[in-house]
Design a binder for this molecule. Structure first.
Ligand code: SF4
Ligand code: SF4
Length: 97
């Protein structure tokens, strides 16, 4: 058997297990943006596979917003992308979605 295929399959399996664990951990949680810490760099936006976030800007500021909260799986991928500590996972409330 091709060793490259074996390694590729193992990496894919590890990624899938990690993804499932992240989703379970984030159950009942949702992303929250700390507005005064967000610089609008968009690193989180590019990291999110679910297109939850969007950028807003004008002459005075730029930051991200949670545009599609119902699509957030609380996977936490965007958290590690933010260098400014501007993202948190918080408990969902009735007003969250
Ligand atoms: S990575 Fe952090 S600072 Fe950059 S846009 Fe996202 S929340 Fe804002
Ligand atoms: S927690 Fe996951 S799904 Fe939610 S905004 Fe961040 S990267 Fe997207």
């Amino acid at each position: 058997m091709n060793i490259g295929l074996c390694i590729g399959g193992a990496i894919a399996a590890i990624w899938m297990v990690g993804s499932i664990c992240r989703h379970k951990r984030g159950k009942n949680k949702i992303i929250y943006i700390v507005e005064d810490k967000c610089t609008g760099c968009q690193r989180c936006l590019r990291r999110c596979r679910y297109r939850v976030l969007d950028k807003i800007s004008n002459a005075k500021f730029a930051r991200v917003i949670v545009k599609h909260p119902n699509q957030c799986t609380a996977c936490g991928d965007c958290l590690s992308a933010c260098k400014f500590n501007a993202l948190k996972l918080v408990k969902k409330t009735n007003n969250s979605i």
